[in-house]
Design a protein. Structure first.
Length: 563
């Protein structure tokens, strides 16, 4: 058609030899005119497992209308969702990080198998945001993503709460600091609407990243799921996809190294989820951009944290939306010379052009500080290295009042054993809880530890106990909780040889995490160590364990170029 270049769909639906293909489409009510237009996908992360994505399918109707109004023929399909908050603390959580790859693979499979010319992606819960963006970067055809939105805050005795508060309440109940009646009341009131978890946890953090990377429309991330603006943005997302087809602007045209630096700057300024480190590395891998874990620490050292959102602060995503959303944070960063304003975005404009009309209201300082009144002079996430984590590990420093901790190791070979020890009150002030064999290969799947970390905080140990794991944390985690330790224990990382009582030091200021053992002793123990048998020998988790790489590389899957 006039206005479009090469159309993939013509290979599948054009010409006399494709009459059978068109017959299938006509059985669904499509006309010859429909099949002459660009045929595009709408990838919707949807199921009925939880509230995070339950509304995404209805939003896709607005995206469909936007595509049709701009001259395209949309075809909707769904991608899988794992609701982390439900899987948390169980074997089911092993599938969470795996689902990121499953989302990317599902989109690739569906779009390529059916010859779609491009796609719009609607995402929600934690892994669906990065999974969609990984698919965009991998396939590199015109595409745009939109976050389906956050839930509204819950209420507990007139105080705004989010789901992280409920996890911590379980710890408080186990320590007899909360009644069962109050725990039940909090359970009933924590999530009042559809949408993903309300605080600056992983879903909302990665929603911010969609805008910072330039893959989503400016302002589209922060409106809550139930806000009418979300439907308007869904329609605009469909229109934007058709414009991208006309201009042939593709994800890798947008995802330069500077775009990732912008995303990391926003991550550090906001104090977002540590999971964003894994996910940005994964998206960069698919885009062919050489992003390293060291880049996060480099950028963190120059970006002040200015956002006051849960779990380290007071507010939730709906509050950020009220004061102007993600563009407010980005505008303050840009004005301070901390963003690359020349990076192009799906709007067809640069970051600076998108932000040129953004007005920063004084009221926004309650949620987003000015640079001269930042909460801390450096970013909300720190990358630590040392004898316990030679390849690095990740800590949300903004959510930890402790900045240095030395203590004896309490060693557990699984999350389950550690959680039970916390509930049994066996963790004492000063301890360093070590949870190993929960990494990408060892878990497999790198489970999040929110049940454990929240229980520790709920027992008022959050300021006196540290935790170190080769697994992950929820964005709702707070305290001195160190995750993504690499190399992981299962492949012979130093975590594998830590013994009960070994002293460990974690120091945010110096960026160090060290095991108090001589190098000779570490090497001697490693020489005697034997890898445990795999926990899964068949099925999806076994397949994943064979292919997944180190957390320091984003826990991406190996491909043939690496063999």
């Amino acid at each position: 058609m006039e206005g479009y270049g090469y159309m993939r769909s013509k290979v599948v639906y054009g010409g006399p030899e494709r009459a059978p293909n068109r017959a299938f489409m006509k059985a669904m009510g499509l006309s010859d005119n429909d099949l002459e237009k660009p045929i595009v996908g709408i990838a919707v992360a949807w199921n009925e497992a939880g509230p995070c994505n339950i509304h995404a399918l209805s939003l896709s109707q607005h995206t469909k209308a936007g595509i049709e109004s701009a001259g395209g023929t949309p075809r909707t399909f769904t991608a899988p969702v794992v609701i982390d908050g439900i899987a948390m603390g169980t074997e089911g959580m092993k599938y969470s990080l795996v689902s990121r790859e499953m989302v990317a693979n599902t989109v690739e499979m569906t779009v390529n198998a059916h010859g779609y010319d491009g796609f719009a992606a609607l995402s929600g819960c934690d892994k669906t945001n990065p999974g969609m963006m990984m698919a965009m970067a991998r396939m590199n055809i015109p595409s745009v993503v939109m976050y389906a939105g956050t839930t509204l805050p819950g209420t507990f005795f007139e105080k705004d709460i989010a789901i992280g508060d409920v996890y911590e309440a379980v710890g408080a109940f186990s320590a007899s600091k909360m009644s069962i009646e109050d725990l039940k009341l909090m359970e009933d009131k924590a999530i009042p609407t559809s949408g993903a978890c309300g605080g600056l946890y992983t879903a909302n953090t990665m929603a911010m990243m969609t805008e910072a990377l330039g893959l989503a429309l400016p302002g589209s991330a922060s409106p809550p799921a139930v806000d009418g603006q979300k439907s308007i943005y869904a329609h605009k997302t469909g229109e934007t996809l058709m414009h991208l087809l006309e201009t042939d602007l593709k994800p890798r045209d947008i995802l330069g190294f500077e775009s990732f630096e912008n995303a990391i700057a926003l991550l550090m300024a906001s104090g977002g989820s540590t999971n964003a480190v894994l996910h940005l590395l994964g998206i960069a891998h698919e885009a062919g951009v050489r992003l390293e874990i060291e880049d996060f620490e480099r950028i963190s050292r120059r970006i002040p944290e200015i956002v006051n959102m849960k779990p380290g602060g007071e507010y939730v995503m709906a509050d950020l939306n009220r004061v102007g959303g993600v563009p407010i944070i980005m505008k303050k960063l840009l004005d301070a010379g901390l963003l690359n304003g020349d990076s192009i975005t799906v709007s067809g404009k640069t970051v600076a052009q998108n932000l040129s009309d953004v007005r920063v209201a004084a009221v926004s300082e309650k949620v987003v500080k000015n640079m001269d009144s930042a909460y801390q002079p450096t970013g909300g996430i720190s990358i630590l290295k040392g004898s316990l984590a030679p390849e690095g590990c990740v800590l949300k420093s903004s959510a930890s009042k402790i900045k240095k901790h030395t203590g004896p190791a309490k060693v557990f070979d699984s999350e389950d054993g550690a959680f039970q020890a916390v509930l049994d009150r066996k963790i004492k002030s000063g301890d360093v809880v070590v949870i190993r064999y929960e990494g990408p290969k060892g878990g497999p799947g790198m489970r999040e530890m929110l049940a454990v970390t929240a229980a520790i905080v709920g027992q008022d140990l959050g300021e006196s106990v540290a935790l170190v794991t080769d697994g992950r944390f929820s964005g709702a985690t707070r305290g001195m909780m160190v995750g993504h330790v690499a190399p992981e224990a299962y492949v012979g990382g130093p975590m594998a040889i830590v013994k009960e009582g070994d002293m460990i030091t974690i120091d945010i200021a110096t960026g160090k995490i060290d095991l108090h053992l001589a190098e000779e002793e570490i090497n001697r123990r490693l020489a005697d160590w034997k890898a445990p048998p795999p926990k899964h020998r068949k099925g999806l988790l076994a397949q994943y364990a064979r292919l997944v790489t180190s957390a320091s590389r984003g826990a991406v899957l190996e491909d043939l170029s690496e063999q």
